[in-house]
Write a protein that binds this ligand. Structure first.
Ligand SMILES: Nc1ncnc2c1ncn2[C@@H]1O[C@H](COP(=O)(O)OP(=O)(O)OP(=O)(O)O)[C@@H](O)[C@H]1O
Length: 254
């Protein structure tokens, strides 16, 4: 079995007297897509926020590629190889689709504006950004400003930005939320494409059962902030604790 790329150890956060994430220890490996499920309020998004750095834990730690990143800022975590798709917040609405992706490629390449190489670099970066747009089938919208895109295309662009970032660990929080029946499969195909890379570790918070069935190699279940089940999808979904936690209601069959 490969070395874990991401590890949480006894990760805990309290808000006042409420323990939102309760000593969650888990290891995530390359080539594996883990769906994180649980009833509303179980702590899934809070667990994600602790991993990506939006929140600091009360106790416990987060390790990325063997390095303790518990006290890293969000951007230091991104630089270290953690990529989280956000709902629209990391796109520049007045820039074009291509410009948005090029900015990510540029940030990754960390290229300065050396006068001698600028023209060449610019061409390289644009070329790389165009390749990513082709991958997510957004080439025809390359020159559109982001604010003019449909909701579904903006979500696709977020995935494009994440692919351009080339992280080791990809995090998706309900990636098809608010998307139409026609749009959702495109995003799921893109995630399936990312998952096909044996070096990519993918974490997915998801409620929709069909999405979990089609993508997850493994399911971890949070309930009242604690990890109550973790394993192969069939085994986890059949377990008593999951049946009880959900009362058959929360995972939506669509
Ligand atoms: N900043 C905060 N301050 C106080 N309580 C919070 C804060 N963030 C989350 N919580 C609480 O922590 C618990 C876990 O919330 P969280 O949003 O992580 O659940 P979730 O599993 O993602 O739920 P959902 O499926 O509804 O998105 C909830 O009881 C929530 O009210």
């Amino acid at each position: 079995m490969s070395q874990p790329s991401l590890v949480t150890k006894d990760l805990t956060i309290r808000f006042g007297g409420h323990v939102a994430v309760d000593r969650v220890s888990c290891a995530f490996r390359p080539g594996e897509l883990t769906a994180i499920v649980g009833p509303n309020g179980a702590g899934k998004t809070t667990y994600f926020n602790l991993i990506s750095g939006q929140l600091s834990p009360t106790a416990g730690r987060v390790e990325l590629l063997g390095q303790d990143i518990t006290r890293f800022t969000v951007s230091a975590r991104t630089h270290a190889g953690l990529g989280r798709a956000f709902q629209l917040t990391n796109l520049f609405p007045r820039l074009t689709v291509l410009e948005n992706v090029r900015l990510v490629v540029q940030a990754r390449a960390r290229r300065g504006f050396n006068l001698f190489t600028m023209a060449q670099s610019h061409r390289d970066l644009t070329e790389q950004a165009a390749q990513v747009l082709e991958q997510v089938r957004l080439t025809h919208l390359a020159d559109q400003t982001v604010s003019a895109l449909s909701h579904g295309d903006q979500r696709k662009l977020e995935v494009a930005a994440l692919i351009a970032l080339k992280p080791k660990v990809f995090m998706f929080d309900e990636p098809t939320a608010g998307m139409s029946v026609e749009e959702a499969p495109v995003i799921l195909d893109l995630i399936a494409g990312i998952k096909a890379d044996p070096e990519a570790t993918v974490l997915l918070v998801e409620h929709k059962m069909d999405v979990i069935r089609s993508l997850a190699d493994r399911i971890m279940v949070l309930h009242n902030g604690a990890l109550v089940a973790d394993g192969a999808p069939a085994e986890v979904m059949a377990s008593d604790i999951v049946q009880e936690a959900y009362l058959g209601k929360e995972l939506t069959d669509v």
